[in-house]
Every structure is written in structure tokens, then in C-alpha cells.
Design a protein around this ligand. Structure first.
Ligand SMILES: NC(=O)c1ccc[n+]([C@@H]2O[C@H](COP(=O)([O-])OP(=O)(O)OC[C@H]3O[C@@H](n4cnc5c(N)ncnc54)[C@H](O)[C@@H]3O)[C@@H](O)[C@H]2O)c1
Ligand SMILES: O=C(O)C[C@H](O)C(=O)O
Length: 329
């Protein structure tokens, strides 16, 4: 039986994450080796020519699963019938720009894109926001899409999750595959909190294996939280291949499920769990099954973790107030 292709829209398709992402979507890493895809690339007019070049390269790969590529600078066209929307294109912070200016500039992108998703996407659309500030951009898009169930709007903290797993593996000598149940809480920003207190390393409690709170506080947490800045410093450009890889992981896990005995981190609309105000798009430990996610409940939050989670959540609440003030919600 021939499967109907899944429509995948990628915004900012001509950017550096787009270039690292599109080939992996087309080769089956996003949705599975038996799922054909149609790509919809959204760019601003200045990016269209480069997007066309990328589409030529995608053609030249002769991917068996790739059933078409459309390129547009019109959100209504790019999101028409889309099942998976990866919102990557965003306005980067430029010199002298205040955070409020950045939120306003991104409001001009994510509000119309949210409306286009509302009006044109498929009923089962799933949205991942990668473009920064990702959590609040997701909130802006969600607010502009009242007909789409709110839980379909998510933002990416999987890169932070993967970074934390990698740092923990390096410190303990464990294999990455032995590390389970790590959590990123809060915002995809320097305030995020990577939590190892419920994580396991080959079945043992990770915090007990590490047994060094000073290392957690002074090395592990800042290394993970400031990794994006360290990559920019080293590369002269922000993370691209690792960000694309995390976007693939986020959607793949959402669609295909978490492994038994493990969970992942996704920024999702809060239902009030763990004291995170309802509606904020904040990172939580989640399990996925059947194309849906659920917050892992009942975790004890200790004295080390509580203020760190609260600080990141407070930043999200402040960002929500700022975009409310700008009339974006
Ligand atoms: N959440 C995360 O973990 C994470 C990690 C890395 C990067 N990021 C963010 O992802 C975003 C993209 O990064 P990049 O390195 O690919 O940037 P980039 O500048 O290389 O590419 C961005 C692309 O978006 C396009 N674009 C701008 N406005 C658009 C719009 N309204 N519609 C469609 N396309 C538009 C631009 O033309 C450009 O081609 C940035 O905001 C970056 O900070 C997030
Ligand atoms: O683009 C950035 O500011 C950094 C990025 O969000 C990252 O975490 O690598």
C-alpha cells in the first residue's frame, strides 16, 4: 500500500539550521524510514533564491521518500495542509537591540505564521518552534491560532537535553545510551535548569553517581545553559547541525514515542504542574506515546532544584508579560 505523504513545513529554510535539517527530513529521520514526505519551504523574499538552490540539492539526492518540494514566501501557501511545522526562521538579536525589540520583531513573524497555521494547516498539525526566543515565540504563534489545540504548540529544549546527557556521560565515563530520565526545566535560555536528580546512569541515580553538588552548580549547569553562547564564540555562528539534530529528535520522539523507562524534555504549554503557571510554554519531563505527550508527574523537587526551576519560569512569565504589553497575545 502506498502511504499518503506527510506535509512538513520548514520556515527559515535557507538558513544554516534549515540546511542541516532538510536533508535529514527527506531521508526519513524525522518521521521514519517508511514515511514519504512533501517539503514546504518558507522564506522571506531575499531567501527564496538560496532555498531554490537547496531544493536543487535535495532533488540531486534522489531521496526515495521525498515526494515534492514547494517554496514560498507566503505563510498561507507554506502551511497549507501541513502536518508538521518546524518554525526555524526568526529575527536574530542584532547589536544594540533590547530584549523587548527582539520580542516585538519576532512577534511580526510568529503572529502571522500562527494565524496561517490556524487557517490552513491540517487538523493533526504538530508545531515545533526552534527560532529564538523559542518558548515565547511558540506562545505568540499559539495565541494567533485559537482553533488549533493549544498543546500542539511546542518549543525546543531537546538540544539542551542532549547537551546535558553528553556532559554527564563525559563526567562519569558512562555511555550516552546508559543515561535516562534527564530533565530540562524552564526556558531555552541561560536560566534553564538541567536536572540530574531523577536521572539514571545505568540504572543508578545520577546525582548519587556524580556525588558532587559543587560540580553540578558551578560546572555542569552553566556549561549546559551557556553552551549556545560557547558555540557562537567558537564557531562565529550559532549551533546549526546540533540544533537540526535536536529538532529531528524532538519531532521523532513526539511522533514515535519515548522508550520504556525513559523520558525526554519538551517545552510545552503548562497545565500548572510543578507550580509552573498555566499556559506558559515551559520545558518539562515528558513521555510520548501515540503521537501525544504527557508530563511526568509526582517527581519530588528538592531544595537544590526548586529555586532554579522557579527562576527560569519567572523569566518566562516576564517574557509573557512583555509580549502581552506589545499586544501580541
Ligand atoms: N531552540 C534552540 O535550541 C535553538 C538552537 C539554535 C538556534 N536557534 C535559533 O534558530 C533560529 C534560526 O537559526 P539559523 O542559524 O538557522 O539562522 P539563520 O540566520 O542562518 O537562518 C534564518 C533564516 O530564517 C529566514 N527568515 C527570517 N524571517 C523569516 C520569516 N518571517 N519567514 C521565513 N523565513 C524567515 C532568514 O531569511 C534566514 O534564511 C535562530 O533564532 C536561532 O537563535 C534555536
Ligand atoms: O542562537 C542562539 O542564541 C543559541 C542557541 O539557542 C543555542 O542554544 O545554541
Amino acid at each position: 500500500m502506498t502511504r499518503t505523504p506527510v506535509n512538513v513545513t520548514v520556515t527559515g529554510a535557507a538558513g544554516q539550521i534549515g540546511y542541516a535539517l532538510l536533508f535529514r527530513i527527506a531521508s526519513g529521520h524525522l518521521l521514519g524510514a517508511d514515511v514519504p514526505v512533501k517539503l514546504r519551504l518558507l522564506e522571506i523574499p531575499q531567501g527564496l533564491k538560496a532555498a531554490e538552490g537547496t531544493a536543487m540539492e535535495l532533488d540531486d539526492c534522489a531521496f526515495p521518500l521525498l515526494r515534492g518540494i514547494d517554496i514560498s514566501d507566503d505563510p498561507a501557501t507554506a502551511f497549507d495542509g501541513t502536518n508538521v511545522a518546524l518554525l526555524v526562521g526568526a529575527r536574530p538579536r542584532t547589536k544594540g537591540m533590547e530584549r523587548g525589540d527582539l520580542l516585538e520583531a519576532n512577534g511580526g513573524i510568529f503572529k502571522p505564521q500562527g494565524k496561517a497555521i490556524n487557517d490552513h494547516a491540517a487538523d493533526d498539525v504538530k508545531v515545533l518552534v526552534v527560532g529564538n526566543p523559542a518558548n515565547t515565540n511558540a506562545l505568540i504563534a499559539q495565541a494567533a491560532a485559537p482553533d488549533v489545540p493549544a498543546e500542539r504548540f511546542t518549543a525546543m529544549t531537546r538540544l539542551d537535553h542532549n547537551r546535558a546527557v553528553s556532559q554527564l556521560a563525559a563526567r562519569t565515563g558512562a555511555a550516552v545510551s546508559d543515561i535516562k530520565k534527564l530533565t530540562i526545566w524552564g526556558n531555552h535560555s541561560a536560566t534553564q535548569y538541567p536536572d540530574v536528580f531523577h536521572a539514571e546512569i545505568a540504572g543508578k541515580n545520577a546525582a548519587e553517581v556524580v556525588n558532587d553538588e559543587a560540580w553540578l552548580a558551578d560546572t555542569f549547569i552553566p556549561t549546559v545553559a551557556k553552551r549556545g553562547a560557547a558555540i557562537i564564540e567558537a564557531r562565529g555562528a550559532s549551533s546549526a547541525a546540533s540544533a537540526a539534530n535536536a529538532a529531528i529528535d524532538h519531532v521523532h520522539t513526539w511522533v514515535t514515542g519515548t522508550a520504556e523507562g525513559d523520558w525526554t524534555s519538551m517545552a510545552i504549554p503548562s497545565d500548572g504542574s510543578y507550580g509552573v503557571p498555566e499556559g506558559l510554554i515551559s520545558s518539562f519531563p515528558v513521555t510520548c506515546a501515540g503521537g501525544r505527550y504527557e508530563i511526568v508527574q509526582g517527581l519530588e523537587i528538592n531544595e537544590f532544584s526548586r529555586p532554579r526551576i522557579d527562576a527560569s519560569v519567572q523569566e518566562l512569565a516576564d517574557e509573557r508579560e512583555a509580549v502581552r504589553g506589545l499586544g501580541l497575545l
